[in-house]
Design a protein around this ligand. Structure first.
Ligand code: HEC
Ligand code: HEC
Length: 349
């Protein structure tokens, strides 16, 4: 018996040594990570709009996308990465910045949107000016107030780095670095940023031990009657363009009309999700509000007739103090702490 025991301990040790010797180094060896992964769709959610058609999702593609996302070499002076304006702890929005902050401390005119559940978006940017996630990154890269860099120059910089050459090889089969591959890898990383583990999600999935308080449930009812037409479940937006009546500022951002040139679209913006509001402030396309109280004050008394407000908002949304507290309690159940702490989405240094 004793002998049998020591033989099995020995066998186990041999096995473990073998296992460790074969364990790929995540920085260098990507050869085992090239098998296609199927995109996980959260229970009860609609089919995503983008499901990596012509862009096979793999671990190595995702990891390459993550490295690119956090790489400052994508900007002219190597100071700004996608992750500078899209920070994980802020739900991949930019914390404390009403409008985006790019190279040479230049400011943009719009708030950096949160990035999550991207595969359900039917268009990109506040005005929907970009219609494919794989063509989106060219905009911040070329924008003189964001990264101000050319793709050709980025390709030169990346080609000089042996790690990149081997990562492109493992993601796409050979070492060629081109814009299409850069964009596909970024789309793999951004597409995997799925936020579906808030208390609300767990409640909807009837997970053990998850209950909503009476106050949260009351808030849920208020949300359903006052907000859900535009901020529709389960993504908490229907991705359509509407004006919620924000008073015009000196910038007079025309919103959706900037793209369609249709006066009926003046001051309409893509409806943002209500998920993760705890992390994604400041709010609205220009980051004008810092708190949910300011947002609800706007819906109560701030709707401006001159910014083409949606008919549903005529007269504003009036709530009692109690209803307001209940609604905010419900909105807080939409915060997904697992998402903002997810190790897979962090920069690998
Ligand atoms: C200087 C800040 C800044 C940098 C750098 C930046 N972004 Fe953005 N991003 C923004 C702003 C601002 C918007 C909204 C633009 C608009 O609506 O006109 C945006 C929009 C987006 C959107 C669309 C989101 C939506 O809800 O429609 C995606 C996706 C995105 N960025 C990804 C990236 C990627 C990938 C990179 C790196 C290649 C990047 N961003 C770099 C500020 C930035
Ligand atoms: C008629 C459609 C409509 C209704 C109803 C509506 N919203 Fe909005 N909401 C919008 C639009 C459009 C925006 C973006 C406006 C902009 O930035 O120009 C927005 C933005 C927001 C934002 C900012 C999110 C961010 O990430 O910047 C919050 C928070 C918000 N709404 C909460 C609510 C709440 C709570 C209710 C119900 C009390 C509600 N909304 C009702 C259309 C609507």
């Amino acid at each position: 018996m004793k002998r049998l025991f020591s033989i099995s301990v020995f066998a186990l040790m041999v096995l473990l040594t073998f296992f460790y010797a074969c364990k790929p180094d995540p920085q260098l060896d990507f050869t085992t990570k090239t098998a296609p992964i199927s995109f996980p769709i959260p229970q009860g959610w609609p089919k995503p709009f983008y499901n990596f058609e012509n862009n096979t999702l793999t671990s190595s593609g995702f990891e390459l996308g993550r490295k690119l996302f956090y790489d400052q070499r994508l900007s002219r002076d190597n100071t700004i990465s996608c992750g500078s304006c899209h920070q994980q702890f802020a739900g991949f929005a930019q914390a404390d910045h009403a409008v985006s902050h790019g190279v040479d401390d230049k400011l943009g005119v719009r708030n950096s949107p949160a990035l999550f559940n991207m595969n359900w978006h039917t268009s990109f940017f506040w005005d929907g000016g970009v219609n494919h996630i794989e063509s989106q990154p060219i905009n911040p890269i070329k924008n003189p107030v964001e990264m101000d860099e050319s793709i050709d120059n980025i390709i030169v910089k990346l080609n000089a780095d042996a790690t990149y050459r081997s990562m492109f090889k493992s993601a796409f089969g050979d070492e060629t670095i081109n814009s299409q591959r850069i964009f596909k890898a970024l789309a793999q990383f951004m597409g995997m940023l799925v936020s579906s583990n808030s208390k609300y999600d767990k409640y909807k999935r009837s997970e053990a031990g998850i209950t909503m308080t009476t106050q949260e449930l009351n808030g849920y009812d208020i949300y359903k009657s006052k907000c859900s037409n535009c901020h529709t479940e389960p993504l908490f937006t229907d991705y359509s363009f509407k004006s919620n009546g924000l008073p015009l500022t000196v910038i007079k951002d025309s919103g959706r009309a900037h793209i369609t040139l249709n006066p009926a679209d003046l001051y309409k913006f893509k409806i943002p999700s209500l998920r993760n509001l705890k992390y994604t402030g400041p709010y609205m396309h220009d980051g004008r509000f810092n708190t949910l109280d300011e947002v609800l004050n706007h819906y109560a008394t701030g709707i401006s007739a001159s910014s083409n407000p949606d008919a549903q908002l005529a007269g504003g949304i009036q709530l009692t103090t109690q209803q307001r507290a209940d609604l905010i309690a419900f909105l807080n159940t939409l915060n997904d702490e697992e998402f903002i702490k997810d190790e897979r989405f962090k920069e690998v240094k």
